[in-house]
Design a protein around this ligand. Structure first.
Ligand SMILES: [Fe+2]
Length: 322
């Protein structure tokens, strides 16, 4: 029997690899078995933000159930010997749900620490770059986490260009299916907070901030880890549509800026026309505000009764500026 103790802390060269500690205990059987990953702290270490009772249930019972289900589902299938990430990328139904829940919970528990330290400058600067400020990021993340209907996960993840995004996932969703590299997550299934906070998801999120291991998050961000390829076992592309990316205000502003730049460019490319009588030049970028013509109006779209604001002749006395 081979016991597989899974730890998805990304200290590997590939997103598609997990750390597997194997212990051969039976040379006759080679059945792969996932076991509960070790917690990086004592079960009461996160109190009072996260009680020992919550850890006992969430980690000790819920995660254990996902692991038991996973072992049962992969037994005797091609998934028995593939990395957990491959299951997340390629499986569906109960196998995907349990594989992803094992991965997500391991990642979540490894994101927490009883002794949080100050956020490393590189992470702080990147959050400021992509969300305006650290507080702005937390606010947007909390909003996204609260908006997840029913059970799910809120993620901070990096795209292939290193830009950070807040991602909402329902149920067992994981952003690697959409090509993102997860950096941090909060479990917003009710089983994560009902013992300590009853139905108050917002209070759970507020307290969770005090447990985040920002150094771990920064390490995940700065390590050069290729984002998982979205292909199935046969090499076909996997299409995933469940991921919802929450864009930042900065994204919206950038899109607005781009649209504005494109419009300005278009206007700049419009032809200017010269009045052959007086030399007045009609510039579409300026229009003719006094004559009721808005900036951005091409000469061709001027009303037929429009007249030269300088000498009063009609449009027929204008020609393209050379
Ligand atoms: Fe959970």
């Amino acid at each position: 029997m081979e016991i597989r103790c899974f730890e998805n802390n990304f200290h590997t060269s590939s997103m598609a690899k997990d750390l597997i500690f194997s212990v051969k205990t039976d040379l006759i059987s080679f059945t792969m078995i996932y076991t509960l990953p070790p917690l990086p702290y004592a079960s009461d270490a996160l109190e009072p933000k996260m009680s020992q009772e919550t850890i006992d249930y969430h980690y000790g019972k819920h995660l254990q159930t996902y692991i038991d289900n996973l072992n049962r589902l992969i037994a005797g299938t091609p998934f028995e010997d593939v990395p957990l990430e491959t299951m997340i990328l390629t499986a569906s139904g109960p196998l995907f749900n349990n594989a992803a829940q094992v991965w997500n919970h391991t990642f979540f528990f490894n994101t927490l620490t009883p002794v949080p330290r100050e956020m490393p400058p590189i992470l702080k600067e990147t959050l400021i770059r992509d969300f305006g400020s650290v507080d702005g990021f937390k606010e947007k993340f909390k909003k996204a986490a609260l908006e997840i209907f029913g059970s799910g996960w809120a993620w901070l993840a990096a795209d292939k260009k290193g830009r950070l995004h807040i991602i909402q996932e329902s149920n067992a969703g994981n952003p690697i299916r959409a090509g993102y590299k997860p950096l941090m997550t909060m479990d917003v299934w009710e089983h994560a907070y009902y013992i300590d906070y009853r139905n108050r998801r917002a209070a759970f999120i507020d307290n969770c901030w005090e447990l985040i291991n920002w150094h771990k998050v920064a390490d995940r961000m700065t390590e050069h880890i290729p984002v998982a390829e979205m292909t199935d076992l046969a090499g076909e592309k996997v299409v995933v549509t469940e991921t919802v990316v929450v864009t930042t205000d900065e994204d919206d502003e950038k899109e607005d800026d781009l649209a504005e730049t494109q419009t300005s460019q278009k206007i700049r490319n419009m032809e200017k026309y010269v009045c052959v009588i007086c030399g007045y030049i009609y510039d579409p970028a300026e229009g003719d505000p006094e004559g009721g013509i808005a900036p951005g109006t091409p000469f061709e779209e001027l009303p037929d009764d429009w007249t030269c604001p300088a000498c009063g002749v009609g449009k027929e006395h204008f020609e393209k500026e050379k």
